[in-house]
Structure formats: structure tokens, C-alpha cells
Design a protein around this ligand. Sequence first.
Ligand SMILES: Nc1ncnc2c1ncn2[C@@H]1O[C@H](COP(=O)(O)OP(=O)(O)OP(=O)(O)O)[C@@H](O)[C@H]1O
Length: 593
Amino acid sequence: MNTFVLIRKLWPFVRAYRGSLALALLLTAIGALLAQVTPLVMEYTVNTVQNLLKKPIDKQEVSWVVSTLVAILLAKELLSLLVQLGQKFLSDRIRFRMAADLYDYTIRRIVSYHLSFFALGQNQTGKLEKRIDKGIDSLTKTVKNLFVDIVPMLANAAFALILIYNKNVGVGVVATLVLPVYAYISREQTHRQKQIRRNIQEIRENKANALFGLLESIFVVKSFVREGYEQGRQHDLNHRLAENEIRHHRTNYLFDGLKSVAEQLGIVLVFVVTIYFVLNRQMSVGAILLHIMLFNNVSAPVRHLHRIYDEYTEALVYAEGFFDMIENNTYLLQRGSLKTAAWQGHFALRNVDFVYPNGKQALKNINLELKPGKVTALVGLSGAGKSSALNLLAGFYDPTQGSILLDGQPLSDYDSEFVRENVGLVLQKNHIFAGTVEENIRYGKLDAPFEEVVDAARRASLHDQVMQLPNGYQTEARALSGGQQQRIAIARLFLKNPPVLLLDEPTASLDAITTEQIKDSLDAIKQNRTVLIISHNISQIMDADQIYVLQEGEVIGEGTHESLYREGGLYRDIIDSNARSMNLTRLAATVLG
Ligand SMILES: Nc1ncnc2c1ncn2[C@@H]1O[C@H](COP(=O)(O)OP(=O)(O)OP(=O)(O)O)[C@@H](O)[C@H]1O
């Protein structure tokens, strides 16, 4: 990414603050002019003092000259202070507000992406978090550097150079000569740092991700006594980062030293040339002080310019990853605008192939239908592609080949929010947010009164257990057991009350009695809805109106429980295994007597 592209991408975010920017630039010009006052006053002082020394001391004249100079210097300092305060205030306002806008925009973009975006290795939680944070931080710094720091510095250096040239072209040329040397050293420095910076960025992302992973899996780490192994993995990353940081800093010190030499050389040259003119009586003694101070006004900003350039090149590296992430239209849900009141909820997959972003083909030439008001079940061994099919129906992913129809129209023609509003999901791993039980259930219907939340919890066989908790519905939901969390997800679904239900192992982590209660509740809300259920629990499968048997991503059988069982094959094997694992003979003998 180059500067032009970066400014073009940043401009939409900066535009809102163009008034503040213009004001900051105005203050900049005033500040740069003020910075030249001191050298001029010093030149005048030296020359005046020299003239005063040539004649007998006139106390009145001396005190007038001294008080005037003190007044000018104090007034200049006061004005400079006000200008700097104004600049800092404006710069902070632009920076922090723009950071907030960038965060808003990033969140809006990211939550609208397809799940396939989050399935990519480079987009794991920790890495994304680091990229967003570092990206926004670098960009806001860049705006401050570009619009608030660089311009004042350049203005200051330019005004000082103009003044030097105005005084003497020879001294001006000497002062200017140092600049290309400076620029060359800075460019070399940046060039050498580029790859190191990329390494640092990559390691930082991996480190954040590894730390997230470690904290998330702390139970597994402890149960397998893998503390030492995990420490080793973190240690490698930390040390690789440390080595790169050391190389980065070492290069900086070296080049900073070179630049300091160039600057000192400049001062010596300006000094020598000015002395030459002074001794030839072409300049006053005050010119020595004036030129040295003006040269300082040229070199000081240039010295800072490198810091800015440095931060800027770092920002370019981070900006690249950041904009790649927030401008990724490939993962934006491309959906139409269709919304229909005559919703039937008839879904159909037609010759659907689906390949995950990592290249794994999960579905091959799938044809299946979810009929309105009917219960459809997907059965198959682990990894057969059942959840993948459900993900496609929920619109989380798009098929690689083939089409998904909803009431005869391609699913992609529908407004995606409209479809998701009408579809309720209970997944294998139901995410419970940080928050109370009440907040987590209410997520199904944000404006639901408390009574409705309680009613949903009752239907999900959760209410009684919640009431036994010391803080009832105000208990932190993540502190509940796996089965209780599963029921929070089911209560959430009851509250949402959608016409289509997609259930992936809805009772996976529940005990037998709760499973039966939930089954009854689900049976009650299944009436007149389109339902898809995936379950390894045969009692939930047998009642389905239509069952599809999946094997290695393909539909290998369809029908009712009875017809599929008669056909034999995988379905029969699954049912028989289920029956055997339940030890049906003994169970029947004890239960039925
Ligand atoms: N996010 C993913 N990225 C890549 N491959 C995936 C992803 N999710 C699933 N797969 C792969 O796709 C195939 C089908 O997985 P899927 O989860 O659909 O199976 P399933 O029938 O639901 O299995 P289970 O009964 O164990 O839940 C598997 O081989 C799995 O490894």
C-alpha cells in the first residue's frame, strides 16, 4: 500500500472532521511563523548589545531595549503555548473520534461477514482482535502524523529555510544540503525495517491468538498436565518476538546515530560559512546566533520527521492487513431484497456441493427438502455433513455448486435478515454470552417482558433450577452447567418463536428426564412449523415425517423410519447399534415387566 492509496481509504473517516482539520492547519501556520521569532530577536539582541557596547552606557536606553525584548519573547511564548494547546486539543479530538468511527465501521463490517470468513486460519479470534486493535491504532496515529504533525513541522522548516535564504543564499544552500542526506538515511532505515516489521506483526498476531487459545482451553491443558508444553509454545513466540524487536531497535539506533552525525555536520558547516561572512564584514555578529537557531528550526522538525515516517511505514504494514479485512467483499453476504408475507417455509437443496474455505468438501450433489409443517431429520455417522447442510440452510455459508430454494425462489434472492428472523437455531455448541441468565434468554426477543422470559425458561424445563440459584435469573449464565446452558439456548428459541426450526443435537448434553421434557416442549412447538432435526438420539429421529441418510457428504437414502429400516444399509445399522447400546432387551424386561 502506498501513501496515496492510504489517504484515499482514510479520507471517508477524516472527512467528518475537516472543519477541525482546517483549524488545526491554520494554527499550524501561525505556530510556524512564531517559531522564527526567537532567532530574529536573538540576532537583533546580539547586534544591539554590540552597538550599545561601542558607546557609553545609557541606562535608560538599556532598560528600554531589555524590557522590550523580554516583552516580545514572553508574548511569543504565550502565543505559542496557546497555539500548541489548540493544536493538541484538535488533534486529540480528531484522533479519538475517528478511532471510535473506525471501530464502529469495523464491527459493522465484520459481523455482516459470512461464517466462512471466521473459519479461515488467519482470522482466528486472537489474530483478528490484534489486527483490529493495531490497525486502528496505527491509522489514527497516521492521521495525527499526516495532518497534525507533519504539516507544522514542514511549515516550521520551510519558514526557517526561507529566512536563511533571505539572509544569505550561501548559508541557505549549506543548510539545504543536509536534507537529502537525511532523507537518504531515513529511506534506507525504513527499507531495512520493513521485513522486520512484518515479522513482528505476524508474531504479535500469533502470540495474541496463542494466548486466547491457552486461556480458552485451560481445562484441557490442566487435565492433560500440559502446562509445561504450553509454556514452551508461548516461550518460543515470546522469544521470537523479542529477537525481532531487538533487531528492530538496533537498526534504529544505528541509523539514528548516522542522522545525528549528519545534523552535527550541518551545524558545523552553517557555523563555518557564517563565521566566514562575519569576518569578511558581510554579516553582523548576530547572524551567527540567528543562523544556528534557524538551522535548528530546519533540522529539529526533520529529526522528528523520521519518527513520523517510521510510525507511518509501520502503519502502512498494519493498514494493509486492516483494510484487507474490512474491505473483504468476498465474505459480504450477497443477498436480495425479497420479503414475503406469504411465507411457507419450504426449503430445498438442489444438486448442492459445498467445500469449506480450507478445501474440505463436506457435501456432494445433495438433494433434499424441508416441507412446511413437517419434521425432516438428517441421520448419518459423525462427519457425514449433517451440520454443514444445516449451516447452508441457515444461510451461514453459500453452496459451492447448486442452489438452495425457499418457497421456489433462490435463497439468495431473499433479504438475509428477513430469513434469519424467521429461522430458529439450536446448535451443538450454543454460545452463551457473558451476562445474566435473563439477558441470555432475552436475546431471542430483545423487547420481551420478564414474564415472557420466565415462560420460555419454564417451557425449556429451566425455570425451577434457575429459581434455586442464589441470584435466580440474575446469575451469570456462563456459571451454569452444560445442560443448563443448552436449555438457555432452547428457551431463547422458544422466545423467538420462529416458523422454521433448525435443530442440531438440541438435547445433546441433557440428562434423560430433561431430554424427555425438552422433547415434549419441542414436539409442542413443532406443530405447523418447518423443522429440521439432526440427532443421534433415535427417539427424536423416528417420529420425523421424512428422514435423509447422509454418508461422506452424500444422501444415500430417504424415507420414513419404517421404509428406511426395511431397506437396510446404514440406517438399519445405526438403529440396530442404538438399540444394542441401550441394551433394549434388558431395558424392556425391567421397564415393561
Ligand atoms: N469449519 C469447517 N472447516 C472445514 N471443514 C469442516 C468445518 N466444519 C466441518 N468440517 C468438515 O466437514 C465434514 C462434515 O462435517 P459436519 O460437521 O457437517 O459433520 P456432521 O455430520 O454434522 O458430524 P457430527 O455428527 O459429528 O456433528 C467433516 O469432515 C468436517 O471435518
